[in-house]
Design a protein around this ligand. Structure first.
Ligand code: NAD
Length: 547
């Protein structure tokens, strides 16, 4: 290195509007049309090579079951083994590459997504995961770009931070990638999270096996194309399409397993942790375990809150992307003095939500991800229809004849521990509990103790004493806490994201804290004037002074 280079300062990627006649809307619609006309053949990518199998799985939009988007090639344990070997073989060269060249690859990928690939990552996310143009834009384009650019900045800040040095000594910290390979295991709901989980460790010099969710293969394929086109060397990130348990069986018993970067459900993560614990004696080092998991996110409303702000927060917080955000508002605590007004405003909004395919831009709301999710959600709705302590005041309909459509559904319950107040449903169902306006302290106790999760939560109030008290009382109830705002929509670099308790290890994706998990520091001390006599001055005999 012949200069102390600085990476270009990161800025959040501006969100485009997709308003009628805007150039981005015209381009996106054209790209959607092209993708719909092509049946994509999607191979795994192992050691930079396209790997195909005899086991081809059809991909369809969740909102249009009959339409075929393409096929992906499903692998088995042998492909996981190949991916691990490729990652291990690529490791030495990749780890030795100077940080600025690694950074350049990911900054180039960010520029490609912000520019020429923007329409493709958005269109593939809209079709493959049933996201509206706006939801795809804030995820697949903007958040992915933000992850890549800010992570480069955080990486350089980590490298810059160095220890003090006493006179004639130079102390240094070298941030080494982990020994072995990293496993990135990613969820269906955010294209950007799927892209961040393998790239964050790779940026720090690690090589990765990346297993995507079966429901996100379509847009993952586009991201992988971008990474390779941006210059990512063969074997650095190896993309496999296998079942979770198949991948887990091979990976968690491999001696070179160095860490897992996971986002997904709490149950899966807890099982993974258990397996790693049982196999701990097999590994060459203690694996890093980073996991962001489920949530049961609250909106707590005080009697001094503004009802129209609350109504909008519930509608957007609970129903954007069909409630399939880990941060989605799903349990709401409303004081009885405000309930009539909030109810009227909220129902006017919810009942006006337009539902249908995302290709039609007038639709706010699309389908849920797959049949398993549809059936589970329909089951909770059916149960609420007959349970005495629950009442559905909006929605409650569902239909899977064309796509997996569940109406935005509002349940009011008289039991603060009703099942839909406690369990993560991961869909467009929100449950409201109405409390006596003067029992705010009691309701805070409920909010804090009702679920195993602590991901996001909001307080709505005008009274500043109340805001201060709730912020303090609920300090462990959410890793991302919002004051007078909906609990969704965290932005990289502005609200680092992650929860505690059952919601994850809180390593805040898209922050320096997260990147630190993918390195193992080595401290180096160099001495310019090494001692040449083992004796310290205190060992000397005192000199007798004669008077
Ligand atoms: P999921 O747990 O079903 O799947 C996540 C990944 O794990 C997928 O790739 C899946 O194939 C794999 N997997 C499933 N079972 C496995 C097993 N037994 N062994 C190994 N791998 C296995 O989650 P999902 O449905 O894709 O995503 C939704 C969940 O993710 C929700 O619980 C949501 O709250 C959570 N989520 C959390 C955050 C966060 O930042 N906290 C963000 C997004 C999603």
């Amino acid at each position: 290195m012949k200069g102390l280079y600085q990476a270009p300062p990161a800025k959040n990627e501006p969100v485009l509007s997709y308003a009628p006649e805007s150039p981005e809307r015209i381009k996106l619609k054209k790209t959607i049309g092209q993708l719909r006309m092509t049946e994509m053949d999607i191979p795994m990518i192992i050691d930079g090579k396209e790997v195909r199998t005899d086991n081809k799985i059809r991909i369809h939009p969740p909102h249009e079951i009959k339409h075929t988007l393409g096929y992906y090639h499903r692998g088995d344990a042998s492909h996981v083994e190949m991916a691990i070997q490729a990652a291990l073989d690529a490791k030495e060269k990749w780890a030795a590459m100077s940080w600025k060249h690694r950074a350049s690859i990911f900054l180039r990928a960010a520029s490609m997504i912000a520019g020429p690939y923007r329409a493709r990552v958005n269109a593939s996310t809209m079709l493959g995961q049933s996201k509206s143009a706006h939801q795809a834009e804030i995820d697949a384009a903007c958040e992915m770009v933000d992850f890549l650019r800010f992570n480069v900045e955080y990486m350089t800040e980590i490298f810059t931070r160095q220890p003090e040095s006493a006179p004639h000594i130079w102390n240094r910290i070298e941030q080494r990638p982990l020994e072995g390979f990293v496993f990135a295991l990613t969820p269906f709901n955010f294209t950007s999270i799927a892209g961040n989980l393998p790239t964050a460790p790779a940026m720090m010099g690690n090589t990765v096996v990346w297993k995507v969710s079966n429901q996100q293969v379509y847009s993952a394929h586009v991201l992988m194309e971008v990474f390779r086109e941006a210059g990512l060397p063969d074997g650095v990130i190896n993309l496999v399409f296998v079942s979770g348990p198949v991948a887990g069986k091979v990976i968690f018993s491999h001696p070179d397993f160095a860490g897992i970067h996971f986002t997904g459900s709490t149950a899966v993560f807890q099982n993974i942790w258990k397996t790693i614990g049982e196999n701990i004696h097999k590994y060459k080092s203690y694996p890093r375990i980073v996991g962001e998991t489920g949530g049961k996110n609250f909106v707590l409303i005080h009697k001094t809150a503004n009802p129209s702000q609350v109504a909008t927060a519930i509608t957007r917080g609970a129903f954007e992307y069909q409630g399939q955000k880990c941060s989605a508002a799903s349990r709401i605590y409303v004081p009885d003095n405000l309930w009539p007004e909030i109810k009227e405003l909220m129902l006017a909004q919810v009942n006006s939500i337009t539902m249908g395919p995302p290709e039609r831009f007038g639709n706010f709301f699309n389908a849920v991800i797959d049949e398993g999710s549809f059936d589970k959600l329909a089951g909770f709705i059916d149960r609420a229809k007959t349970d005495k302590d629950a009442e559905i005041i909006s929605g409650g309909g569902y239909d899977k004849s064309v796509g997996y459509y569940i109406e935005p559904t509002v349940i009011v319950t008289t039991d603060p521990h009703y099942i839909t107040m406690e369990e993560e449903l991961f869909g467009p169902i929100v449950t409201i509990y109405i409390y006596e306006a003067d029992k705010f302290e009691e309701v805070m106790e409920l909010v804090d103790t009702t679920s195993i999760y602590a991901l996001t939560g909001s307080i709505f109030a005008k009274d500043r004493y109340v805001i201060e008290r709730a912020s303090e009382r609920l300090k462990n109830a959410a890793g991302n806490f919002y004051i007078n705002d909906k609990p969704t929509g965290a932005v990289v670099s502005q609200q680092p994201f992650g929860g505690a308790r059952g919601s994850g290890t809180n390593d805040k994706a898209g922050s320096e804290l997260n990147l630190l998990r993918w390195v193992s520091p080595r401290t180096i001390k160099e001495c310019f004037l090494p001692a040449e006599d083992y004796k310290y001055p205190f060992l000397e005999k005192p000199v007798c002074k004669k008077h």
